[in-house]
Ligand binder design. Structure first.
Ligand code: PCP
Length: 398
């Protein structure tokens, strides 16, 4: 009998280019046989189309892409990870012998699309939530092999916390969470489960009681507040869809009942099927959201890689597929949402507001060696939040 196994590419297979589409392996073989094995190209990473209604996206996954390119005979130019970008705006350019990185395209695009799509959705959720807390609870929707990558991307997009235990090891971030229904069901008594939780974790993590397991949310929220008193930080409503009706009414009823009993400081968290619309509907009556699937399976930011220049007779010749913009490019920023794209090496025109454009494109890898310091996930998150702040200011005109 065959032993069950996990179907995961190991890191060596990814870094070596074995995790690829067969046509790239064949391309390498053909180019070698045809005497074109040493041809140098510049390949550009770009998103030519966005999901409907999306004006911007958050570039994420750069660190993982760079990990694949280190040690190869390439130079890599890129905008910083966390940059808010618009459609058709160049993100990365890889320059080198094509044969040396052709087979990495599949994996590079995979990490960039995965991380950028998640980070972008997380950022949209964060914008919708305003100053309310957003926790990412979506790991159960994904293959476990990508848990650290998904938690990282959602943090980059701006969520306030992630639930993955591996985020401690890979990101240096302490995971956050409340309690599962399983804990309450095993006890068979929500009060016992909440007490034990508070007994073990009070002072270490905010005590948030899940209040929808056996009875009505209003009854369970009052039970939790009566039982735990000052120790209770908040309650979480993960009301099943079959019982939902109008979630806002349920939340308002719970808050009213808690206030009547004198529990004014108990925070309200809502989870289960939360997306941007639910957040907008509930944000003024709750303190935080647990968001899973809508971030874990976001609309796809369609990032592609295209050769845009080929080296011939000692110079670079612009050459690209139709529909794409030939020539290597660089990006300058006037302000968030107003970037200037120029031909590589060209000086940008002045900004409309008279400001000096700031160069966003940087050299990250020179001849296979990292030459730019990589920021922490927290630093990238701050960069994203400051850009989102500018976007929001721009939208409200304030
Ligand atoms: C919550 C909810 C979803 C999780 C969070 C993510 O889980 O029921 O399963 O939500 P979303 O994907 O719908 O956004 P818990 O209440 O912790 O789940 P459990 O029933 O395992 O206790």
């Amino acid at each position: 009998m065959r032993k069950p196994r996990l179907y995961i590419a190991d890191p060596e297979e990814i870094l070596s280019g074995s995790a690829t589409d067969v046509y790239f392996s064949r391309t390498r073989e053909i180019l070698e046989k045809a005497g074109l094995g040493d041809v140098r190209v510049r390949a550009e990473v770009n998103a030519y189309s966005f999901p409907r209604g999306y004006e911007w996206a958050v570039f994420a996954g750069l660190e993982e892409a760079l990990a694949m390119l280190l040690g190869k005979k390439v130079n890599v130019y890129s905008v910083p990870e966390g940059t808010l970008f618009r459609r058709r705006q160049p993100l990365m350019t890889i320059e080198g012998v094509y044969r040396d990185f052709a087979e990495l395209e599949t994996a590079i695009l995979g990490v960039l699309r995965f991380a950028t799509s998640i980070a972008t959705k997380a950022a949209r959720i964060k914008v919708a939530a305003g100053d309310r807390t957003v926790l990412f609870f979506g790991l159960r929707a994904l293959h476990p092999a990508v848990q650290p990558s998904a938690d990282r991307a959602s943090l980059i997009g701006g969520v306030d916390g992630v639930s993955g235990v591996l985020s401690r090891k890979y990101l240096g971030v302490e995971p956050r969470g409340t309690m599962p229904h399983a804990l309450i069901i095993v006890f068979g008594d929500q009060r016992k489960a909440w007490s034990w939780f508070a007994e073990l974790y009070y002072g270490k993590t905010p005590i948030i009681a899940l209040v929808d397991t056996f009875y009505d949310e209003r009854i369970e929220a009052l039970m939790a507040a009566d039982l735990l008193g000052e120790k209770l930080h908040g309650v979480r409503l993960d009301t099943p869809s079959s019982r939902r009706g109008r979630m806002r009414d349920i939340v308002e009823e719970v808050k009213w009942a808690l206030r009547l009993r004198g529990y004014r400081d108990v925070k309200i968290y809502v989870s289960g099927g939360i997306d941007e619309d639910q957040i907008k509907e509930l944000r003024d009556v709750v303190d935080g959201f647990g968001v899973g699937t809508s971030i874990a399976w976001p609309p796809n930011i369609d990032i592609s890689m295209d050769i845009v220049e080929v080296e011939e007779d000692g110079g670079w010749t612009p050459r690209a597929k139709r529909g794409k913009m030939p020539g290597a490019k660089e990006v300058y920023r006037c302000r968030v949402g107003e970037d200037i794209v120029v031909k590589m090496g060209e000086r940008p025109p002045a900004c409309r507001n008279g400001r000096e454009p700031q160069k966003l494109t940087r050299l990250y890898v020179k001849d296979g060696v990292l030459v730019e310091k990589l920021p922490s996930v927290g630093e990238i998150r701050e960069y994203v939040l400051s850009q989102l702040g500018e976007i929001i200011k721009g939208e409200t005109g304030s």
